[in-house]
Design a protein around this ligand. Structure first.
Ligand code: ADX
Length: 205
């Protein structure tokens, strides 16, 4: 089974982290070597030096795309969860990775503002966060993503099932009964060790 880069894109709060985490856990228990690169977490270590200018976002996404490729070419499925607002940079990462699946976490801005899990939309609308995607910076929605989940209408379970269905039907993920279920060490423990050794600061979530 060849390794894909599975790239979650969508506005802040649209479910990229939640879905990629659950998917990663599920794929790992099915015996697939899998790693997850999350925008919030990578911005606390590998991309600590970057902000949210157009140039910095491009650098951020190029780094994630490159690391993803280093993993996938060695047989590790890589899930990237980052807003990735620019279609051209997503396409560049598609080109680099070759085996690439774009998962568009589509939620209306209204629903995100209502939910506002991190309280960032309130601040952005009050002008306290400059260049906030969807509020004061553009988000270029994918025209033809391999998978589009409507996270403002579906439950997390429904979205996850839709993604797994696509991956199983396209030879990206084994069906659950094809492999004994395995346990994976916790991401939290791994990240805590990075913080302890000074490789990362605690991510802003
Ligand atoms: S990306 O644009 O470069 O792909 P990325 O996914 O790494 O963004 O980081 C987005 C996260 O950073 C958001 O979920 C939010 O927590 C935080 N954030 C802080 N400032 C901004 C901003 N101006 N626009 C979007 N997200 C921001």
């Amino acid at each position: 089974m060849s390794a894909y880069c599975i790239w979650f894109t969508g506005l802040s709060g649209a479910g990229k982290t939640t879905l990629s985490r659950l998917l990663s856990e599920e794929l790992a228990t099915r015996g697939l070597p899998v790693e997850r690169l999350d925008g919030d977490i990578m911005r606390a270590c590998l991309c600590k030096d970057l902000g949210f200018s157009r140039e910095d976002r491009e650098t951020n996404l190029r780094r994630l795309g490159l690391v993803a490729h280093l993993l996938t070419r060695n047989g590790v499925t890589c899930l990237v969860a980052a807003i990735s607002p620019l279609a051209a940079i997503r396409e560049l990462n598609r080109k680099l990775n070759g085996k690439f699946i774009e998962v568009y976490c589509n939620s209306s801005l209204d629903a995100l503002i209502k939910r506002d899990v991190k309280g960032l939309y309130r601040k952005a609308l009050a002008g306290e966060i400059p260049a906030f995607t969807g509020v004061s910076e553009p988000y270029e929605a994918p025209a033809t993503p391999e998978i589009e989940v409507h996270t403002d209408a579906q439950s997390v379970e429904q979205s996850l099932a839709q993604i797994l269905d696509y991956l199983e039907n396209n030879g990206v993920a084994p069906k659950p009964d094809q492999h004994p279920r395995l346990a994976k060490p916790s991401e939290e423990e791994f990240f805590a060790r990075l913080v302890e050794l000074g490789f990362a600061s605690n991510p802003k979530r």
